[in-house]
Write a protein that binds this ligand. Structure first.
Ligand code: NAD
Length: 282
């Protein structure tokens, strides 16, 4: 039997429509400052998409482009400037940064109240403690996809492949908060198939093209593919889609699965940040 294909594009569109409605209820349109360092083509495309959809939802585009050879201190000073700018509700520094820059120090300069990527140590700490904060967009988007697909996580065995700060680690924390029993696999996991084939819900975020085949998947499992890879034959994920769709109960495609959710959650985080700031101001 072929898996239900989870339509991330449709869910993301609904989220963006909700964002546009929330924007209209605010006293003033929220502002999102994306910061792009240099001209990396993949990063430039990601940022262009974020800016386009942010404008379409009524969020002000306060983009900053800086040269690839910017000094660490200058980039941190720019973040500080944006922290102090009343028009800016959300700050997103597009990663990865050029090799001479230390990303962690730059990200941690961002005011946690404006950290719409949810990547500062402060917001990561709130998430680790199960407290309210701005959450990383990709794992938060996966949670919404699971919810919209009607997947009840309580008591289920969820397996996350990957333990990065961006995806795997926060993903495992969100699944735990949703009462799943969570296993985290990584590059040193000894027998990946043994772990993944016990999963009711499998989240693949290893960054390895088509790592997950039919053998990795328990029949009927829900499989969420976070990976994005551009190959000679087009885009693919960490999951071998054609193989796994014959085994899984539900599966996200690449493209059109998690990718659109990441941007939609960025917009939602921006509105959340703006409305919190509005509540705080007289
Ligand atoms: P990363 O390289 O920082 O982390 C990869 C993780 O996978 C590591 O923890 C590593 O231990 C683990 N891993 C690597 N090879 C493995 C293997 N063979 N078996 C088990 N574990 C393995 O990557 P990331 O930033 O977490 O991103 C992961 C993937 O998700 C990438 O393909 C990235 O492009 C994609 N991504 C997609 C979106 C989206 O919007 N769809 C957003 C962020 C990242």
């Amino acid at each position: 039997m072929s898996a239900l294909i989870i339509d991330g594009k449709a869910v993301a569109r609904e989220v963006r429509e909700g964002v546009a409605r929330s924007v209209a209820e605010l006293r003033r349109p929220p502002g999102l400052a994306t910061v792009l360092v240099g001209e990396d083509p993949a990063s430039a495309i990601y940022v262009a998409n974020k800016r386009k959809l942010c404008t379409a939802a009524g969020i002000r585009d306060l983009h900053r482009q800086v040269p690839a050879d910017i000094a660490q201190g200058e980039l941190e000073a720019l973040v500080e400037e944006l922290n102090g700018d009343e028009d800016v509700d959300g700050i997103l520094v597009q990663l990865p940064l050029p090799d001479h820059l230390e990303a962690r120090a730059v990200v941690d300069r961002i005011d946690p109240a404006k950290d719409v990527d949810g990547l500062t140590t402060f917001n990561a700490g709130l998430l680790a403690q199960g407290r309210q904060g701005l959450q990383p967009c990709t794992p938060a988007g996966v949670m919404l996809l699971l919810e919209q697909a009607g997947i009840d996580l309580a008591g289920k065995h969820a397996v996350v492949i990957g333990r990065s700060d961006l995806v795997g680690r926060p993903m495992a924390q969100l699944l735990t908060q949703a009462n799943a029993t969570v296993t985290v696999c990584h590059s040193r996991t000894k027998d990946l198939v043994a772990e993944t084939s016990r999963a009711d819900v499998l989240i693949a975020a290893a960054g390895v093209p088509r790592l997950i085949g039919a053998d990795h998947v328990q029949p009927g499992a829900t499989v969420i593919d976070v990976g994005i890879h551009r190959t000679d034959t087009g885009m693919c994920g960490d999951v071998d889609f054609d193989e796994v769709r014959e085994v899984a109960g539900a599966l996200t495609p690449v493209p059109g699965g998690v990718g659109p959710m990441t941007i939609a959650l960025l917009l939602r985080n921006t509105v959340q940040a703006a409305s919190r700031r509005e509540e705080m101001s007289p």
